[in-house]
Design a protein around this ligand. Structure first.
Ligand code: 0GQ
Length: 328
């Protein structure tokens, strides 16, 4: 089988996150979830949550589904890189994405979430697309929906085609040859830590010469920005007049009137180009804009987040433990 769903950015002017529809239970309850290759829990806002933590999100109601079955004694608790967190209990449930169903998916029901989630009406939870080793359910960890449906897919892959300020797509079980230009360049991934972790071959700022250097990064649809080593970030903003490492934000900002250079990353001999316009994350006041490229700080790797993804078609190939990039 193959399946395709739209990935819609929120809020409209920032592309802070991308959500896609997931059908849960019988009759189907459809929730919009953040598809996140940087984690491996499928969890949803639910009717078990305190009203004070809900603000516009759709709630999954297990009692409203004839196919939900409590996974007795199992709980989960997760914390993310931005400090946000959620926790709760687990049911087995019918989960369908793009017409692809799995009848007894471990569906994690939130009974508590942190403020970042409560204050974000655009998403009613997360669908983890990382490797199952990262799943937080105890006492027995659970498999991701993608792992569960993998044997039924026409090809053991999913393809991510995010767009700037426009709906893109997640495709499961196929690569849409009409969605990209040229050929897909693959590189092996190291999934031992549960991430889609790769080594890029270097970078280039605008039309300056390419700098060969190994960049150890994870491909993470759940991270908004492109997080890179300090030296590379410094080299990028050195070509942006008026940019600064803004003391109060702890991040690089620049005058919204600045013309941003493109950013190129290498995958082997392939060159992936992120247009300068994509590197503006958004406006923070009348004249100041927030950089889409930021310092990875003390993280043990770089993060190829949505700023990079939206300039490429990315193939997550679980069958051959590799990741592919193509221009579009
Ligand atoms: C099993 C845990 C799992 C693997 C976990 N994985 C991750 O954190 C990566 C994962 O992709 C998560 C998925 C996010 C979580 C928040 C909700 C949206 C999805 N990514 C991150 O946390 C990267 C940093 N966050 C981000 O990039 C969020 C994404 C977001 C989107 C929408 C709404 C709110 C937040 N963006 C912002 O915070 N923005 C606000 C600020 C603006 N300048 C940029 C946009 C992990 O590493 N946790 C370990 C961990 C725990 N505690 C901490 C402090 N750091 C950690 N890394």
């Amino acid at each position: 089988s193959t399946g395709i769903v739209a990935a819609t950015p929120f809020p409209a002017e920032y592309d802070r996150e991308y959500v896609a529809p997931v059908s849960l239970g019988t009759p189907a309850q459809e929730l919009n979830l953040i598809f996140d290759t940087g984690s491996s829990d499928l969890w949803v806002f639910s009717t078990s949550m305190p009203a004070a933590q809900v603000a516009g999100q759709k709630l999954y109601n297990p009692s409203g589904s004839s196919t939900s079955a409590v996974l007795w004694g199992h709980t989960w608790s997760i914390q993310y890189g931005d400090g946000s967190r959620s926790s709760g209990t687990v049911v087995n449930e019918l989960v369908t994405i793009g017409g692809i169903s799995y009848a007894s998916q471990a569906l994690e029901i939130a009974n508590g979430v942190s403020a970042q989630f409560s204050q974000d009406p655009a998403s009613s939870g997360l669908l983890g697309l990382g490797f199952s080793i990262l799943n937080t359910v105890i006492p027995t960890s659970q498999k991701t929906w993608f792992d569960n449906v993998l044997p039924t897919l026409a090809a053991p892959v999913f393809t991510v085609d995010l767009k700037r300020a426009a709906p893109g797509t997640y495709t499961f079980g196929a690569i849409d040859a009409s969605s990209y230009a040229g050929k897909i360049e693959y590189t092996p991934i190291d999934n031992s830590n549960g991430f889609w972790r790769l080594q890029a071959s270097g970078y280039q700022v605008g039309t300056s010469p390419f700098q060969p250097t190994t960049i150890d990064a994870i491909a993470d649809t759940g991270t908004t920005l492109l997080m890179l080593p300090a030296a590379i970030v410094k080299a990028y903003y050195a070509q942006v007049p008026g940019s600064q490492l803004h003391a109060s934000y702890g991040a690089y900002t620049f005058p919204c009137s600045a013309k941003l250079p493109s950013f190129t990353f290498g995958i082997g001999r392939y060159r992936g180009v992120i247009p300068g316009a994509f590197v503006s994350y958004g406006r923070i006041d009348a004249t100041t804009c927030y950089g889409g490229i930021q310092d990875q700080g003390n993280l043990p790797f770089s993060i190829f987040g949505d700023i990079l993804m939206k300039a490429q078609v990315v193939v997550f190939d679980a069958g051959r433990t590799r990741i592919g990039f193509a221009a579009k």
